[in-house]
Design a binder for this molecule. Structure first.
Ligand code: HEM
Length: 259
């Protein structure tokens, strides 16, 4: 067939290879599939990976991320140094490392979701699974650090951080189970689209719950402490703002807009 300048079958792997521009377009219905000289099939509708900065930007994501970055990289190091690094034991250090990873993982996973391309889907799953682990272990160690023998945590802060932590565990477990159910539904020979979407929505809602109120609680408690607001007032106010941000962010994600 070489005379026709089209198809040869003499490449090393034994794949059929294509001459000229090495791509043949096959139209099936309204879709064009391209067969490349690697012998693989690509889908024209598959947009590949988006740019790193072209994530799910919204003012809610930005606010939660700025609060988180301030808390992790500015407030916490200052607070620990002021109190005395030697005051903290190994349990606390492990807790703080796992908690910070969970927080940063949420920032990333909300900004880049699997629909942004195969690379982002793999990273989302890898970062997400690690965050599920660090969230559960980080919470347990945090409880030991806050309530265990030798703890220097104030009673009010320990109560606040424990309620945030319980919410965090609930969100982590429900969020992970929901995406597993979504994947299970997707793999059925005839998926129930309604339930597939519902599971995904639960995943999004609970993971935003992990990001905004759960990870954000310790940070807002410190902010309110700094402006002299009583914890009993500041905590419910902060929680309400974060809770309202969940449906607003879901809407922003749906409509692909920044507000
Ligand atoms: C704090 C934020 C998030 C965390 C920690 C998180 C965590 C995870 C985890 C652990 C998985 C993998 C499940 C598995 O295969 O074992 C996953 C998958 C997935 N997540 Fe998220 N997620 C977050 C936010 C989001 C958001 C905001 C969306 C959508 C807007 C989303 C959409 C998905 C989808 C569609 C999958 C399935 C990917 C696939 O099966 O190919 N996630 N996520």
């Amino acid at each position: 067939m070489t005379n026709l300048g089209d198809i040869t079958d003499d490449d090393e792997e034994g794949n059929v290879s294509l001459s000229n521009n090495n791509v043949v377009g096959v139209t099936v219905g309204r879709q064009t599939l391209n067969i490349t000289n690697q012998g693989d099939i690509t889908d024209d509708d598959d947009k590949g990976n988006v740019s790193l900065w072209a994530g799910n930007f919204s003012i809610y994501w930005l606010l939660a991320t700025l609060i988180g970055l301030w808390f992790i990289f500015i407030h916490t190091p200052q607070h620990i140094t002021a109190k005395g690094v030697q005051d903290y034991g190994v349990v606390f250090w492990m807790h703080i490392t796992l908690a910070c990873f969970t927080y940063i993982a949420c920032m990333w996973n909300v900004f880049h979701t699997p629909s942004h391309g195969p690379w982002y889907a793999n990273i989302h799953i890898l970062v997400g699974r690690t965050a599920v682990f660090t969230s559960l272990v980080g919470f347990s160690l945090g409880m030991v650090a806050a309530w265990g023998p030798g703890s220097t945590t104030s009673f009010g802060f320990a109560i606040g951080i424990t309620s945030g932590g319980i919410g965090q565990i609930i969100c982590t477990i429900i969020g992970f189970s929901a995406i597993k159910l979504h994947q299970w539904e997707k793999e059925k020979p005839v998926p129930d689209e309604k339930w597939k979407q519902r599971y995904l929505r639960i995943h999004i809602g609970t993971m935003l719950g992990l990001f905004f109120p759960s990870c954000g609680v310790p940070a807002v408690m410190r902010i309110f402490e700094m402006v002299g607001m009583k914890m009993q007032v500041g905590l419910p106010v902060g929680l309400t703002i974060f809770a309202i941000m969940i449906p607003l962010t879901t809407q922003a994600l749906d409509k692909k807009r920044w507000y």
